[in-house]
Ligand binder design. Structure first.
Ligand SMILES: O=C(O)CCC(=O)C(=O)O
Ligand SMILES: [Fe+2]
Length: 281
C-alpha cells in the first residue's frame, strides 16, 4: 500500500476519483491551446470540403469563436457518410503536420496526467480524431476495452471534444464495479457479438457528458464505445494515449506508437550510462 502522505492532497483526490469512477472530466488546463487546436482542425476541414469563408476565431469581444463550434456541429450539412473517412484522414494529417500540436494537446491536461499517470510520460505519436455524423452507423466503435486488443493496461486515454458532447453524441464508459462483473463473464460471449455484450451492460453504462472546454481522461481497461449519434449535431473528438514511459508495453511500442515526452535528467543520464569496460574478466 502506498502511503498517501507522499502525494499532495490534490494528487490524492484526483487519483482516488480516477480509480473510483474510471475517469476524470474537468475544464482544460490551457484554454488558449484548445481554441488554437479547434481553429486548426476547422480550417483543415474547411479547406478539404471547399467551404468558405471560414468563421473568424473570436468575435469582436475576443470570445473564442462560437462560429467555429457551430460550423463543426453542423458539418453534416457539408459532408456525406461516403466522404467522411477521407475528411477524417485529411484533418488528422493536418493535425500531425502542425509541429506545435502534440505539446498543445498535452498542455490541456498536463497536471491531471502527471497526478494520475506520472511525470515521465510516453505519448501516442499521432493524435486521433473521431467524427460522428447524426444517424451515421458506419463509423462506430462497438463496446471494447483497448487492453483487450493489444494496449498495455498502464495506458489512459485523454479524450477531448471540439464540440459539446452529451447523450449519444458522446461516448459511454462502464464504471469499475460493473466492469469487474463483465470481466468475470466475458468468456460467455466468446461465440457472440459485441452487440450482445452491449445489451448486457446497457443498464450500467455511463454516458460521458463533456462540454467543449473540458477534457475526459479515462481508464481504457474499462469497457467503452459509442452508438449511433441520435443528437442533431455532429460529434468531433480527439483521443490520445499516455502511459508512464517506463511501464510495461504491449503491442504498441515505444518509438513506434509511443514517444517519450517528459523524460527527466536522471532518466536520460541513466539510459545513456555505460559501465566502464575493458577490464580483464
Ligand atoms: O470516441 C469514442 O467514442 C471512443 C474512443 C475510444 O474507444 C478510445 O479512445 O479508446
Ligand atoms: Fe477505446
Amino acid at each position: 500500500m502506498i502511503d498517501p502522505e507522499f502525494l499532495t492532497a490534490e494528487e490524492r483526490a484526483l487519483s482516488e476519483r480516477f480509480i473510483a469512477q474510471g475517469y476524470l472530466i474537468a475544464p482544460v488546463e490551457n484554454r488558449a491551446s484548445l481554441d488554437r487546436i479547434r481553429a486548426h482542425v476547422a480550417a483543415a476541414a474547411c479547406e478539404m470540403l471547399g467551404i468558405t469563408p471560414m468563421p473568424k476565431d473570436g468575435g469582436k469581444d475576443g470570445s473564442s469563436g462560437d462560429g467555429i463550434g457551430a460550423l463543426l456541429d453542423g458539418i453534416h450539412g457539408h459532408v456525406d457518410p461516403e466522404r467522411l473517412n477521407a475528411l477524417r484522414l485529411s484533418v488528422i494529417g493536418a493535425m500531425a503536420a502542425a509541429p506545435w500540436f502534440r505539446a498543445a494537446y498535452f498542455s490541456l491536461a498536463r497536471q491531471a496526467l502527471s497526478a494520475v499517470i506520472g511525470n515521465e510520460l510516453a505519448m501516442q505519436r499521432r493524435v486521433n480524431l473521431s467524427i460522428q455524423l447524426p444517424g451515421d452507423a458506419e463509423s462506430l466503435l462497438p463496446v471494447h476495452a483497448d487492453v483487450w486488443s493489444g494496449d498495455s493496461p498502464f495506458e489512459a486515454v485523454l479524450w477531448v471534444p471540439l464540440v459539446d458532447c452529451y447523450g449519444t453524441k458522446a461516448m459511454y464508459l462502464l464504471p469499475p464495479v460493473p466492469n469487474a462483473h463483465l470481466s468475470d463473464r466475458l468468456h460467455q460471449f466468446a461465440e457472440r457479438g459485441a452487440e450482445d455484450i452491449y445489451r448486457s451492460i446497457e443498464p450500467d453504462i455511463e454516458w460521458m457528458t463533456v462540454p467543449y472546454g473540458h477534457y475526459l481522461l479515462f481508464n481504457q481497461n474499462l469497457a467503452h464505445g459509442n452508438r449511433v449519434n441520435r443528437e442533431p449535431e455532429t460529434r468531433w473528438s480527439m483521443n490520445c494515449r499516455f502511459k508512464g514511459v517506463f511501464t510495461p508495453y504491449a503491442d504498441k511500442k515505444l518509438g513506434e506508437f509511443f514517444e517519450p515526452i517528459t523524460l527527466r535528467a536522471m532518466s536520460r543520464l541513466g539510459m545513456d550510462y555505460r559501465l566502464p569496460g575493458g577490464f580483464d574478466e
